[in-house]
Ligand binder design. Structure first.
Ligand SMILES: Cc1cc2nc3c(=O)[nH]c(=O)nc-3n(C[C@H](O)[C@H](O)[C@H](O)COP(=O)(O)OP(=O)(O)OC[C@H]3O[C@@H](n4cnc5c(N)ncnc54)[C@H](O)[C@@H]3O)c2cc1C
Length: 508
């Protein structure tokens, strides 16, 4: 074997997976067809659950240090509208501004620091698998060669060669809309007013936010007040390549078609054009081959794809590690599809709904948007939509649905009092290992976990308002078992033993 896991693609998903595989104690080999990180402007930052997971890995500081811009106020676009989360005292998600090329450079740096072998300029062109291994045919700078490993993960993006070679269907829709996004310096003749409306010489006032017209949608607004941000969405069927550069003239023409206004633009800072797809791989696994990130799912609205792909990697990494080490219980690797497919379906649900919200250009569509905005200004619906965007509203399906209500949910970063002082749940997960957390001095339960000691860490801690007597937490921070408050040993111990076996294999 040349590695434990071959990771195809050094985008955010592949690099995150490689990092998680190293934490799980296995050796990934990352193959990336491009010779270097390309400066294609895609995501401008990260948001949602992945930021919590980065904090739980102790990596958030590195991301924050690399961040280029201040965090903007939490007013997020949603279906051609802006949802204002600043009205909530505790926002439903965090944001971090870090352009995708910088994110990829940093993740690559971290991966190499953790001992990942990353080969740039090496393209996977063929695949085969049998009961024991996967072999990838690779075209590298020095010619063609083959590599073999027990598992291979296709993190190779929307046009995934791995998905194509395994024949996994990728059904869905490509929307006949072109989105254009530009950030430029503020040109002469344009003034950004205090309420963020634009005053344009010879044209008049253009309101901040989204304007729907018969030809499409126009929006103005920028994350950085020093720049002018504009966006258009038009019904077009032309098939642009996402990587084909766009010009300022193309954006101005589009604004002219949509708004009927000749809006001057300044020097370009960021120009992007993209098409939205809603597609979902039927299966995330084919034998020893797995799919993650854009290779597995494409969402027809912005701001959610990076989060979804990187969280896939955190879900998958430890499970692949368990399979390579040989202690994975039957079915563990299949839970990757079961859990992340459900999560992507939730993301597809709201990103598809956003298409319906932003596309209509008649009075009924205006009424739908107005009503939606009215409902979304109430706290509960706003929180709910925030959780959908953040990818935090999912409870993973668990084998015993009657278990404690916390099973399948994400472990909150509870503040803890430990022998070594103050801590938190997130700190216990820095090493990416399973944790049995005893919150009530339950030595009976700690004793049960002794049989899994090489694989499962045990910790005793106190916390205010403990949600349970004990929690069994997976490396990806999901709770798979909990003892109810004061639950007797006679029920808690056997159910803990069953959960340890179901998730972390036979006792050692
Ligand atoms: C214009 C634009 C704006 C976007 N804005 C946002 C945003 O604001 N927020 C957000 O969350 N998402 C955004 N996205 C989506 C986001 O960029 C993707 O979801 C993200 O890049 C997916 O990461 P990935 O690692 O799964 O795939 P990719 O980033 O596509 O990485 C796949 C990697 O695999 C490599 N590869 C492909 N085939 C092979 C092969 N055969 N052999 C070896 N290597 C191969 C590729 O070169 C690439 O490096 C945007 C996308 C675009 C196009």
């Amino acid at each position: 074997m040349d590695a434990d896991v071959i990771v195809v693609g050094a985008g955010p998903t592949g690099l995150m997976l490689a990092l998680e595989l190293r934490l799980a104690g296995v050796q990934p080999l990352v193959l990336e067809r491009h010779g270097e990180v390309r400066d294609v402007k895609k995501a401008g930052g990260l948001g949602g659950r992945i930021l919590e997971l980065m904090a739980y890995r102790g990596l958030l500081d590195r991301l924050q240090a690399a961040s280029t811009e201040p965090v903007p106020a939490l007013r997020l676009p949603f279906g051609g509208l802006h949802l204002d989360f600043t009205v909530l005292a505790d926002p439903p998600m965090e944001l971090l501004m870090l352009p995708q090329p910088e994110l990829e450079r940093l993740l690559a740096e971290l991966a190499v620091e953790h001992g990942v072998e990353l080969r740039r300029g090496h393209e996977v062109v063929g695949l085969s698998q049998d009961g024991a291994a996967v072999t990838a045919e690779v075209r590298g700078p020095e010619g063609a060669y083959e590599v073999t490993a027990p598992y291979l993960a296709g993190c190779d993006g929307a046009h995934s060669r791995v998905r194509e070679l395994t024949g996994i269907p990728f059904p869905g829709t490509t929307y006949p809309e072109i989105q254009r996004l530009a950030q430029t310096t503020i040109p002469e003749g344009v003034t950004v007013l205090e309420n963020r409306d634009l005053e344009v010489a010879g044209v008049g006032r253009i309101p901040f936010g989204f304007t729907a017209t018969e030809r499409g949608v126009f929006a103005t607004g920028a994350t950085d007040p020093a720049f002018l941000g504009v966006y258009t969405s038009e019904q077009e069927t032309e098939d642009y390549d996402d990587d084909e550069p766009m010009t300022v003239a193309e954006v101005r023409d589009s604004i002219h078609r949509v708004l009927g206004v000749d809006l001057p633009l300044g020097e370009p800072v960021r120009l992007t054009r993209f098409t939205f797809h809603a597609r979902h791989a039927e299966r995330y696994r084919d034998g020893r081959i797995l799919l993650a990130g854009d290779a597995a799912h494409l969402f027809p609205s912005g701001g959610v794809a990076l989060n979804a792909g990187m969280v896939d990697s955190v879900n998958l990494g430890w499970k692949l590690g368990a399979a390579v080490h040989g202690w994975a219980p039957p079915g563990l690797l299949d839970t990757y599809h079961d859990e992340r497919h459900v999560a992507a379906e939730r993301t597809l649900l709201h990103t598809r709904a956003q298409v319906a919200l932003r596309r209509g250009h008649d009075v009924s569509a205006d009424a739908l948007r107005e009503l939606f905005l009215e409902l979304a200004s109430d706290e509960q619906p706003l929180r709910r939509i925030g959780a959908l965007i953040a990818g935090t509203d999912v409870r993973y399906p668990m084998p015993n649905p009657g278990d404690h209500a916390l099973t399948g949910t994400f472990a909150r970063d509870l503040p803890l009092r430990t022998d070594r002082g103050a801590g938190s749940v997130g700190e216990l997960l820095h090493a990416g290992r399973p944790v049995l957390l005893d919150l009530a001095g339950r030595s009976d339960l700690l004793a049960v976990a002794q049989d899994w000691r090489p694989r499962v860490d045990t910790h005793m801690a106190g916390t205010d308002d403990r949600p349970a007597d004990a929690l069994l937490i997976r490396p990806d921070a999901h709770i798979v078992w909990a003892a109810a408050l004061d639950e007797p040993d006679r029920t808690a111990a056997p159910s803990l033993r069953a959960a340890l076996s179901a998730w972390f294999g036979a006792p050692s």
